[in-house]
Design a protein around this ligand. Sequence first.
Ligand SMILES: [Zn+2]
Ligand SMILES: [Zn+2]
Length: 268
Amino acid sequence: MPTLHLLGTGAAASDPHRTTTMLAFAGNATDSDVAGSDVSSEDAAGHASSALLVDCGGDALQRYRQAGLDPGALDAVVLTHEHPDHVGGFPLLMERLWLGGRERPLPVCGIAQALTQAERLFDAFDTSGWDGMPEIRWREVSYEEGAPVFENDAWRVTAAPVEHAKPTVGLRAEHSPSGRVVAYSCDTAPTPSVARLAEGADVLVHEATGDMDGHSSAEQAAEVAAEASAGRLLLAHLPPDLTDADLSAARSRFERTEAGAERGRYPF
Ligand SMILES: [Zn+2]
Ligand SMILES: [Zn+2]
């Protein structure tokens, strides 16, 4: 069974309990739930053979490892947009991967603006002495609905533009062996493109920063989840002052709504 990890669930505003919103999708290349499968399921420590990291505004690798995920299983990083709370930790991520002994190339996928920002940040540092640093393979994603982002034996990820202050994409990740789907709105005002990304998804992670330009309230996020007929809604990119009333309002629109837990682990 694939697992969604909410490595961080906060908005850009500083919060004593939540770091920036960062996600990991972890799963095996073969469906461990299929009877007769001769490939072992996640081992006792929950190690999956393939993991994807979405955004790195904070210390992403620390949270990734805290989640019990293996840096060696990190098959790609997806960057949703250029804002600091989504890409600001990219040079640190690379430094930590390099120091951890990673040698194989790292695909970094995103729309042009997100990749340019990450490249600029990384170029601010002199890495000429980083012997054996893994090669970064920049993979530009087209800014259109249904754009392919990344595919391997475990995952098939597509993107769609959403409505934010800067060009931004939401994601749909299908765990190919099981057909299970997780969708992520990223930073956005309520938009039908997220409802389409999340159509029939087992879990939708939707931002709930608040009812303001380029963002959504918890209630608006719940309306999108209902529109998409998602199985479950996890709110992320949460403001420090999210209230029980906000959650109740959301649940009145979509009952299976929860505030995403910082470092939450969600098999789906
Ligand atoms: Zn943003
Ligand atoms: Zn943000």
